[in-house]
Design a protein around this ligand. Structure first.
Ligand SMILES: [Zn+2]
Ligand SMILES: [Zn+2]
Length: 93
């Protein structure tokens, strides 16, 4: 028996571009390379999404976003917060 906790993958961490075609349809599904932070929603949370290179370029041309960084393993970790230039876990005091 192992005493290590069972890690449940965050549903966020599928690692694929979620860009849907205009008018609906199947999300892009290409491997995501960028993590994009959008404007805050009504609850004060930061809306965010994953994008591939092509759709990052499209988003850069068409939309205003708060920040972006390369997708890293931390992006999909539970409890991570958006920091300038990356995602990370705040140290518990
Ligand atoms: Zn894409
Ligand atoms: Zn991230």
């Amino acid at each position: 028996m192992s005493h290590l906790p069972t890690l449940t993958p965050a549903d966020f961490g599928t690692g694929t571009c979620g860009r849907e075609p205009a008018g609906g349809g199947t999300p892009c599904g290409a491997p995501a390379t960028w993590h994009v932070g959008w404007l805050r929603n009504e609850e004060g949370g930061l809306r965010n999404s994953l994008a591939c290179d092509a759709h990052m370029a499209e988003a850069r041309d068409q939309f205003v976003y708060r920040g972006r960084h390369r997708v890293s393993a931390d992006c999909g970790m539970p409890g991570t917060v958006w920091m300038t230039g990356r995602c990370g876990v705040l140290k518990a005091e």
